[in-house]
Design a protein around this ligand. Structure first.
Ligand code: FCB
Length: 464
């Protein structure tokens, strides 16, 4: 395999993951499915958002995306070819409950039932995310995540899913990245539903967490597998030793990393948040934290990057901004490649929140891939290198005691990258969006070799 950056990586110590370590890849419904109204589905907030001029970088939408709603059998064959053991996907809430609550749309539910069966037939473990950002539009009309009733709506929807798939799905996540839902959707308006309100953001965050807790409680009487939540974590490093930069770094960490984890595992919000939100910081009913803290079976961590933070009084409301590092490698989304931060992140989670079973539920990178060669090859050496270094870091973290049970590459396919549209490609598999042709990239074959060898290929030199 190519090393990508023209340098030699020395042969590491022998790398070997245990036989029961789970290797998978992830996607989400809105980003890959297409066919938004098939079989009686209702509208989602991302459908609306993508039709609001100026919201999506390339003016695109996910009406077709990867067409996985119709091509899932082909994609499962591809997963098989790549020797994936698990597939993390999400359910589009509005396919199952077109109005978000009330009558169940059996045809929508049946789609996911067939998907789960097809995965199991091919020996691939289905891992379901209940909410990956595509709220039914009808619920947004009732206030969406700002309406406290949403905890009950979500638990009802989750209950429908647990009843339908609970016998076949071993791993469930309630929410994907509540921080992004709130920061993008309610605070800065760059994601659906596109609100910019410092008053709504803490309410939305709290209701997301209450909804999570209510779904976990519902699962306990219905499910037979494991349930958890997925958060995105990003270590924050101060740009300098100044008191101002260090305080800004603590605020950035509180507003992203500790916000959700402290609420889930310590029954409180970080002290910095009241200062960040000021008059917009509400009083929360103390009893809510018992619901939020309902015991979970695992924590899912999405790790992409770290950030280096500087004080910035003009950056509302956290008063902090990320600064680029000279000499560092950045991906196409402007995220610094920083594998060693995965190790200290996993150390930190264990030290602060205890020895929970963990999964890396997303990790991956957008790079500008070269055009597909006529022979059907896409060489993506930078992505290969990204995976190699992060999987090595993961192995080191496990050797230090991190209780990580599995890893999911983001993403199986190039797909609709939210407000970036189709301009950023994260796939192990290249998708030609004009023809829907799938071409596994070098990174897909590299990942297959990692899975096959249980990581042994990671210990080999990058340039034999
Ligand atoms: C994560 C999202 C996922 C994808 C990757 C690149 O924040 O969970 O849907 O957008 O980033």
């Amino acid at each position: 395999m190519n090393g990508g950056r023209g340098r030699r990586t020395p042969a590491g110590a022998a790398v070997q993951f245990p036989a029961d370590f789970v290797w998978g890849a992830a996607t989400s419904a809105y980003q890959v499915e297409g066919s938004p109204f098939a079989d009686g589905a209702g509208m989602s907030i991302w459908h609306r958002f993508s039709r609001t001029p100026g919201r999506i970088a390339d003016g695109s939408n996910a009406d077709v995306a990867c067409d996985q709603y119709r091509r899932y059998r082909d994609d499962i064959a591809l997963m098989r070819e790549l020797e994936l053991q698990a597939y993390r996907f999400s359910i589009a809430w509005a396919r199952v409950l077109p109005a978000g609550r009330g009558p169940v749309n059996t045809a929508g539910l049946d789609h996911y039932s067939r998907l789960v069966d097809a995965l199991l037939e091919h020996g691939i473990q289905p891992c379901v995310t209940l909410y990956h950002w595509d709220l039914p539009a009808a619920l947004d009309d009732r206030g969406g995540w700002v309406n406290p009733d949403i905890a009950g709506w979500f638990a009802d929807y989750a209950t429908v899913m647990f009843r339908a798939l609970g016998d076949r799905v071993p791993l469930w996540s309630t929410l994907n990245e509540p921080w992004v839902v709130v920061d993008g959707g309610y605070l800065h308006g760059v994601h659906a539903p596109g609100h910019r309100s410092v008053f709504e953001a803490p309410l939305a965050a709290h209701n997301l967490l209450r909804a999570h807790g209510a779904a976990v409680q519902a699962y306990r009487s219905l499910g037979r597998g494991q349930i958890g939540i997925v958060v995105n974590l990003e270590p924050k490093d101060a740009a300098s030793d100044s008191a101002a930069d260090r305080a800004a770094t603590a605020r950035a960490d509180a507003s992203m990393n500790r916000y959700y984890l402290d609420a889930l595992f310590r029954g409180e919000y970080p002290a910095e948040l009241a200062g960040i939100f000021g008059a917009a910081w509400p009083d929360f009913a103390p009893g809510d934290f018992a619901l939020i803290g309902a015991p979970i079976d695992f924590l899912g961590i999405n790790y992409y990057t770290r950030s280096v933070v500087q004080d910035d009084p003009a950056a509302f409301p956290v008063r902090a901004r990320a600064v680029r590092q000279a000499g560092a490698v950045y991906t196409e989304t402007g995220w610094e490649v920083h594998p060693s931060s995965l190790i200290r992140l996993l150390d930190w989670v264990k030290e602060r929140y205890g020895d929970l079973p963990l999964y890396i539920t997303e990790n991956g990178a957008a790079f500008r891939d070269p055009p597909t060669a006529p022979g059907g090859r896409v060489d993506d050496p930078q992505r290969v290198e990204y995976y190699r270094e992060h999987l090595r870091a993961l192995h080191t973290a496990r050797a230090r005691g991190a209780n990580v049970r599995g890893y999911f590459a983001w993403s199986l396919l190039d797909n609709m990258e939210w407000a970036c549209g189709y301009t950023k490609r994260f796939g192990l598999v290249h998708v030609d969006f004009a023809t829907q042709l799938r071409t596994p990239k070098s990174s897909a074959f590299f990942y297959r070799d990692v899975i096959r060898s249980r990581g042994a290929v990671l210990g080999a030199p990058s340039h034999p």
